[in-house]
Design a protein around this ligand. Structure first.
Ligand code: UFG
Length: 319
């Protein structure tokens, strides 16, 4: 298939692009390079530098080749910033997404795989979380993802859009070539590995949560397993029930446990600074991915946290 990937120069997007190419698909990446990196886009992918807010540029991109499906991964992603700059999140994640949908319909493209987030659930009432758990986001980031899922639902009913939303839990890990390169880096695992390399302390944001050791608990899922889910979804998009799928391993690790695992993997005793809570963080997010397993045949190949951290460390320590 010919797949247009928005955000294909970003962390998850570049790994998905790589996976699509390996599976024999043709890929056109559209990325504004605000966070993404041109060199992260595999050479055999086509590339257009454009923002999803720019309808003219999108229109021209869709005119380059007949597109069979869109993977929409572009967007604002940092939970904390969404609590202080919600305007930017609504503009890019909702208005930008609507713009993309309009151009898709104009070009008669009616298949979409969307990068949603565990942030749609807010502070969960149960763990592990199933897809029908109430959605009560506690930050504007999660709300924008939920709004766009709902918009796609209506575009499905009214215009025949086939859609799947993946609610990523904590994407982590790396391939040999591709990994996390955000500026500034806000995510836990890259920051812990930087601390291991540079001998600096890593801040633990919040040690008074109602969890096993007071720090936040997250479900880390290898970026390669996320990419595999996208390829399965593309193959099954015309036959599966549209809607949302959680992607996680069903196992929660606290921030302090992640640091402990990273110390083992790197062989460095990583110093810790206890800091206050970060705005917008729920205490615990752990997925039930039963739906992805049963309906897509998804089966994570790298579920262990040590393997995930080790893959990121191999890339970090050799650069
Ligand atoms: N954390 C620290 N120190 C750091 C960085 C993070 O203690 O230097 C903590 C955070 O406070 C949080 C946990 O580590 O409790 C994980 O934080 P990340 O920034 O790595 O990831 P988030 O859970 O905030 O967010 C990620 C994605 C979101 C997604 C969410 C879903 O960035 O897009 O996972 O679980 F919504």
């Amino acid at each position: 298939m010919n797949v247009l990937v928005t955000g294909g120069a970003g962390y998850v997007g570049s790994v998905v692009t790589d996976g699509l190419l390996r599976a024999g698909h043709r890929v056109l990446v559209v990325d504004n390079l605000q966070q993404g990196h041109r060199q992260a886009v595999p050479e055999s992918a086509d590339f257009v530098q454009a923002d999803i807010a720019d309808a003219g540029a999108l229109d021209a991109a869709f005119g380059r080749m007949p597109i069979d499906a869109v993977m929409h991964m572009a967007g604002e992603t940092v939970v904390e910033y969404s609590t202080t700059d919600p305007r930017r999140y609504f503009a890019n994640n909702v208005v930008g997404g609507l713009n993309l949908l309009d151009v898709m319909l104009k070009h008669n493209v009616r298949r979409m795989v969307f990068s949603s987030s565990a942030a749609v659930y807010g502070e969960p009432l149960t763990a592990p979380i199933e897809e029908d758990h109430p959605r009560n986001p506690i930050n504007s980031y999660g709300l924008t993802k939920l709004m766009f899922e709902q918009i796609m639902g209506w575009y499905g009913t009214a215009y025949g859009l086939r859609h799947v939303s993946f609610r990523y839990f904590n994407a982590a890990g790396a391939t040999e070539r591709l990994g996390e390169d955000h500026v500034p880096e806000t995510h836990l695992i890259p920051n812990v590995l930087k601390a291991a390399l540079g001998g600096k302390a890593v801040s633990v944001f919040g040690t008074d949560y109602p969890t096993k050791d007071g720090s936040c608990v997250r479900d880390y899922v290898h970026v390669l397993d996320i990419a595999a889910a996208h390829i399965l979804a593309l193959e099954k998009l015309d036959t599966i029930r549209p809607g949302a799928f959680n992607l996680g391993n069903g196992q929660g690790y606290s921030v302090l446990e992640v640091i402990e695992v990273a110390s083992r993997v790197t062989g460095v005793s990583i110093p810790v600074t206890r800091a206050g809570r970060r705005a917008g963080d729920p205490a615990v997010l752990v997925a039930s991915s039963g739906r992805a397993r049963s309906e897509l045949g998804w089966s994570p190949q790298h579920p262990g946290l040590e393997d995930i951290v080790a893959s990121a460390w191999r890339r970090t320590s050799t650069r």
